[in-house]
Design a binder for this molecule. Structure first.
Ligand SMILES: [Zn+2]
Length: 351
């Protein structure tokens, strides 16, 4: 895997609606990979195409990450923030955050917590309790630093490998991982002849309801829509969940989630292909939806699912993923590029 590419991607700041910098890199990398064409929709999603004769297969990550936006600056210089995407307030207390004031400048601050010495009875936290402190003494002081209402607020990143060199911790694995993977699969598709029309790229605004997946998939009308994403790992949970996923156990066959049920014929195809190629996989039914929930409605419908890896502590300031899982999902995507064709696709539709 091209770890440097992933590192570059996770270090970028792009909460939903602010994907421009990631899109620029996606475009450059898809071009470099040798895409025959680059296509963008008007909402900001982007894909490259490697031409073939068979079905349209679309592999897409999403460029956005969860975070906040500046909603108000108080007279005494504190920054009020509103969440973008699914956020649990407790996760962000005492965390360092960056306000993105321009493409090359961020302002660091900390989300305040009330020390035990002065806190009252414990109560459930709300998002409204989160206040960002950048050390500004007044509203004017904050404004003079370049802070404005509407700017994005993102986690500070500390990318590192764990001691065993098998896991990587970073912000924004959900879902710069999918962006990097789409680039790597585009490189693979462009490197040789294959029987399909392969689209690789990334959507915008997944974390606020897969908005970019709607527009992009409607523009392309794929036969097969495959979202790349990072889903919840349950191996770090103390309680025993009904359905489980664990780091290092392979890519996720998401046979069902609240927004998408995998077509059984495709599930069988995927599992057979993984077994034929000795690729580790795990069956899991997560609680959240992905772009696959919207991609399935493209045109008269697409066979749709999410090819995921699991990550611990997603939607927080840092997520841990496993390099073997990265490899597994890359290998299954490449296997699909070479193995799928017109005939096999038609078979998936036969009842
Ligand atoms: Zn995601």
């Amino acid at each position: 895997m091209d770890i440097e590419l992933y590192k570059k991607l996770v270090n970028m700041n792009a909460v939903s609606g602010h994907e421009r910098v990631v899109r620029k890199l996606m475009k450059e990398e898809l071009e470099k990979a040798g895409a025959d064409e680059i296509l963008k929709d008007k909402l900001g999603s982007i894909v490259g195409l490697s031409k073939g004769t068979g079905p349209k297969i679309m592999f897409v990550g999403h460029m956005d990450e969860v975070g906040f936006m500046v909603s108000n600056i108080s007279d005494n210089g504190f920054i009020r923030i509103i969440p973008v995407g699914g956020i649990k307030p407790e996760t962000y207390v005492s965390q360092n955050m960056n306000i993105v004031v321009s493409d090359d400048k961020v302002i660091r601050g900390i989300i305040g917590s009330i020390p035990p010495h002065i806190s009252k009875e414990p109560k459930a936290m709300s998002i409204d309790d989160l206040v960002l402190d950048i050390g500004a003494d007044s509203k004017e002081h904050a404004l003079s630093m370049g802070v404005r209402v509407g700017q994005q607020v993102v986690s500070v990143n500390e990318f590192y490998f764990t001691e065993d060199n098998k896991k990587i911790v970073s912000k924004a694995w959900d879902n710069r991982f999918g962006c990097g993977l789409a680039i790597e699969v585009m490189r693979y598709a462009c490197s040789h002849k294959h029987p399909n029309n392969i689209y690789c790229g990334a959507t915008v605004q997944e974390e606020v309801g897969s908005r970019g997946a709607i527009t992009l998939s409607n523009m392309i009308e794929p036969d097969l829509f495959l979202a790349f994403d990072v889903t919840t790992a349950t191996d770090c949970m103390p309680q025993n969940p009904k359905t489980s996923s664990a780091l290092g156990e392979g890519f996720i066959v998401r046979f069902m989630d609240p927004g998408c049920i995998m077509k059984p014929e495709f599930k069988d195809y995927l599992i057979n292909l993984a077994e034929k190629n000795n690729i580790k996989y795990q069956l899991y039914a997560p609680n959240g939806s992905t772009d696959a929930s919207k991609g399935q409605f493209a045109g008269s419908g697409a066979i749709s699912t999410c090819l995921a890896i699991c990550g611990r502590y997603i939607h927080s300031t840092a997520t841990m993923i496993h390099v073997d899982d990265m490899e597994a999902v890359y290998r299954i995507a490449c296997a699909i590029v070479d193995d799928m064709d017109d005939e096999k696709f038609k078979k998936l539709l036969e009842e």
